[in-house]
Design a protein around this ligand. Structure first.
Ligand code: ADP
Ligand code: ASP
Ligand code: MG
Length: 438
């Protein structure tokens, strides 16, 4: 069995859905289970809808039209999505009436993107002679906590394999990515880009031979091709490198994707739906490329720098424990940390809980929060063995007059991460990419 996950652009047009059918048909012998995202742009449109509904102005028109047009173009029954689109209209109306979009209602609203796309893809496969069945991940046993908007899965006890086995009696399963359900049956989402994570979770639960992530680029690239010129695909990476890359902003994979694959040593392959013959990237449990310490340069915009200055920190036991207890209490994910005798600087990428964290730290010393920063990270397992990579990184940034605010290189040395001004981001990432891949 293999998982074939198709992202939004891979199912964004009738032509790309026809491509997807061909790709799946060609791999019929490998027993594919398909995971799909919403059509490209639909999740963004739903987020917009949810944000505007409480203010009274919610226009469902473009979303409905997009799906109806897709049905027409694929020659599928025009009323196929009427039940779902009807529910979506009711929910939107409800949000308008109560003037509220709670995180729980927002996840329910977002779920319609994947629920619609899975139905369209399954119906199209069936109409073209390959019987398929749409499967809602939340009905197929994918359970999560109730952290709406960024839910985390809870351990599976065989429910998923049983549900998918049953679905396979009817046809090839086309599962909704991005979605799960909490213990009360509420639909949750796994965070933006979460369909990659879904693919890995189903891959793990079904013990597949390979998890394939089909997207719109030729694999995991040496940097984000939208920001950097001259990027190229990385043929092979290790789980360790790919997790660091995903965590530090390599948007091609949701940050948590590698973990479920790693637990069962399942290779992850990243491929281009629009150029299926290009070899893509394979991510393996262990891999090293001698003499190539740096494998990719990734970045993450929208970083907040939190600095706490506290002279009493000097030689005080348990100080850092108190700082991180406050972070845990306010659900702030701290990415990087740098400390000195009297200060600690941390980064976080979500602003929504920062105020509470800031207030809590206020009791420990003087706090400042600076926004408008970005993280740049140089990833590669060989960084550990090669002396001087950090010097090359800092030298290159200095040459391009990029001011570095925080530096972090762990003892495991799979990466070197830096915080810079967001205004310098494109210059910094391009310069580093030229330095290591030019
Ligand atoms: P999908 O809809 O298939 O999930 P995404 O847009 O989520 O696709 O992810 C693919 C995009 O990730 C690419 O189009 C590219 O712009 C971006 N990206 C960022 N960093 C990288 C990288 N290192 N390698 C490949 N793509 C990257
Ligand atoms: N549709 C969701 C999003 O746009 C999940 C995904 O595409 O992976 O974030
Ligand atoms: Mg994605």
């Amino acid at each position: 069995m293999i998982i074939m996950k198709f992202g939004g652009t891979s199912v964004g047009t009738p032509q790309s859905i026809a491509n997807v059918l061909q790709l799946v048909q060609q791999r019929r012998a490998e027993d594919p289970v398909v995971v799909v995202s919403a059509f490209s742009g639909v999740t963004n449109a739903l987020v917009e809808l949810g944000n505007s509904a409480p203010r009274g102005a919610a226009d469902l028109g473009p979303i409905t039209l997009r799906h109806r047009q897709m049905l027409a173009d694929l020659r599928l029954p025009g009323d196929l999505l009427d039940p779902l689109l009807g529910e979506l209209a009711d929910l939107t109306r409800g949000m308008q009436l109560v003037k509220e979009a709670s995180p729980r209602a927002m996840d329910l609203l977002l779920s319609y993107g994947e629920r619609c796309s899975a139905r369209v893809v399954a119906a199209y496969f069936t109409a073209q002679g390959m019987p398929a069945v749409a499967v809602d991940a939340f009905a197929a046993g994918l359970r999560s906590d109730s952290n709406f908007g960024r839910a985390r899965p809870v351990p599976d006890d065989g429910r998923i394999a049983r549900a998918i086995d049953e679905a396979r009696q009817t046809g090839l399963p086309v599962i909704t990515g991005f979605l799960a359900a909490d213990k009360h049956g509420n639909i949750t989402t796994l965070g933006r880009n979460g369909s990659d994570y879904s693919a890995a979770l189903f891959g793990n639960a079904l013990d597949v031979r390979e998890i394939q992530i089909w997207t719109d680029v030729d694999g995991v690239m040496t940097a984000d091709p939208r920001l950097v010129e001259g990027t190229r695909p990385i043929p092979t990476m290790s789980f360790g490198e790919a997790s660091e890359l995903a965590y530090y902003g390599g948007k091609v994979l949701h940050p948590a994707t590698i973990l479920p694959a790693m637990q069962k040593n399942i290779p992850v392959r990243v491929l281009n739906t629009h150029r299926p013959d290009s070899p893509g990237t394979v991510i393996l449990p262990r891999y090293s490329e001698p003499g190539v310490p740096v494998r990719a340069v990734v970045h993450k915009p929208g970083i907040h720098l939190i600095t706490l200055v506290s002279p009493p920190m000097l030689q005080q036991h348990g100080f850092l424990a108190r700082v991180f207890a406050a972070a845990a209490e306010h659900e702030v994910d701290v990415d990087l940390v740098a400390t000195s005798e009297v200060s600690i600087t941390m980064t976080a990428d979500r602003a929504d809980h920062l105020q509470g964290f800031r207030d809590a730290l206020g009791g420990l010393g003087e706090v400042s929060v600076e926004s408008g920063h970005a993280m740049v990270c140089v990833v590669g397992q060989g960084i550990a063995a090669e002396p001087g990579v950090a010097a090359q990184v800092l030298g290159t940034l200095a040459e391009h007059r990029v001011r570095v605010r925080v530096i972090s290189q762990g003892a495991i040395k799979v990466n070197i991460a830096l915080v810079i001004d967001q205004a310098d981001l494109a210059r910094a990432v391009n310069a580093l990419h030229r330095r290591f891949f030019g």
